[in-house]
Design a protein. Structure first.
Length: 175
């Protein structure tokens, strides 16, 4: 068997090649949580909405599914946040990403948890924009009154719930 030895690449050159390749690749990936454009969601009454419709409010977009146990654990906390901070300008919006089969479960999910905030179905482009790099759920995105992303939360635990409330509390106190 005949083999050919590859030429030796100097470590400095190899390092430069790795850095250049990484920066070229990262330039092709849109960072999550960037500006959210005109894409939005469809409410259960077939009305269309988008983040800019809520200018002047702090918006918490929550991506969930009715069958997702961490989502179910998070929901009572979101209900409490909406009730506690609505008067200060918070608007929670639940965006179901559980698939076509999950849509039929949304009304009973809303009733089970006494959800006072809108539940909707996001456009595919919105899901791609915000969840493109990590599709684990639940994910919550807190936007300030100007529509700028304040913080992204992936998953849910008691610790992240406390941090989420702190972020909301700070955001609603700012003009």
């Amino acid at each position: 068997m005949v083999t050919q030895r590859l030429p030796r690449i100097e470590p400095a050159l190899l390092g430069l090649l790795v850095v250049l390749a990484a920066s070229a690749f990262s330039a092709c990936i849109k960072p999550p949580g960037g500006p959210v454009g005109p894409v939005g969601w469809t409410l259960d009454n077939n009305q269309r909405a988008k983040l800019s419709d809520y200018q002047g409010k702090v918006v918490l977009l929550d991506f969930y599914a009715t069958w997702c146990e961490p989502c179910r654990a998070e929901t009572p906390h979101l209900v409490q946040l909406q009730k506690q901070y609505a008067a200060q300008g918070l608007q929670v919006i639940g965006l179901n990403v559980g698939g076509e089969d999950d849509r039929a479960q949304v009304p009973s999910f809303a009733k089970e948890f006494g959800i006072p905030y809108p539940l909707a179905y996001p456009d595919d482009e919105l899901v791609d924009d915000l969840l493109g790099d990590n599709q684990n759920i639940p994910q919550a995105f807190v936007f300030d009154r100007r529509g700028k992303l304040v913080k992204r939360f992936i998953g849910y635990s008691n610790n992240s719930g406390v941090e989420l409330e702190d972020v909301v509390k700070t955001a609603v106190t700012r003009p």
